[in-house]
Design a protein around this ligand. Structure first.
Ligand code: ZN
Length: 157
């Protein structure tokens, strides 16, 4: 995926969002944290303005996440609108899992960004990988989705 990096628009994270992601990831540990990212497509990239933590109601929250449906529906109507999804991998690298890829079709077309957080090896410092959700139709009209890694720009305020 890194071969695409040169042409890929960055994902900009507001300072408050960087902090909120890290705090939520740590407070849920060792369970997976999940939440919705609010923001908008900006000139030159995607800008994430707000993070809305959601409760994880997965039966096995150590290895999976299912956002609480009530939290989820509420978050869909916030302003600015939802633009992405965040979740954490408490014990593994912040790379998309097979389950993550299988879950992509459940996200509405307003979801353009996918962030995965993790803890650095031997540290308590959160790491976040960012991806664009790329939707394409093949010649048969079948929709396919993939995640394309994007650089994250941490805004200072
Ligand atoms: Zn995952």
């Amino acid at each position: 995926m890194t071969a695409f990096q040169g042409n890929i628009q960055p994902i900009e994270l507001a300072h408050s969002v960087q902090q909120a992601l890290g705090e939520h990831l740590l407070s849920c540990y060792p369970h997976e944290a999940c939440g919705i990212l609010l923001g908008a497509a900006a000139a030159g990239g995607m800008r994430i303005e707000t993070y809305v933590p959601l409760r994880n109601v997965a039966p096995d929250p150590l290895h999976a996440f299912i956002p609480d449906p009530r939290d989820w529906v509420g978050a869909l109507y916030l302003e600015p609108g939802p633009i992405g999804l965040f979740h954490s991998h408490p014990k593994s690298a912040p790379n998309p899992s097979l389950a993550d890829l299988r879950g992509l079709p459940a996200l509405g077309p307003e979801f353009l960004v996918y962030l995965i957080g993790s803890l650095g090896r031997n540290t308590n410092i959160p790491l976040v990988n960012g991806y664009h959700i790329d939707r394409r139709r093949d010649s048969n009209g079948k929709l396919s989705l993939r995640l394309v890694q994007a650089p994250i720009h941490a805004l200072l305020k």
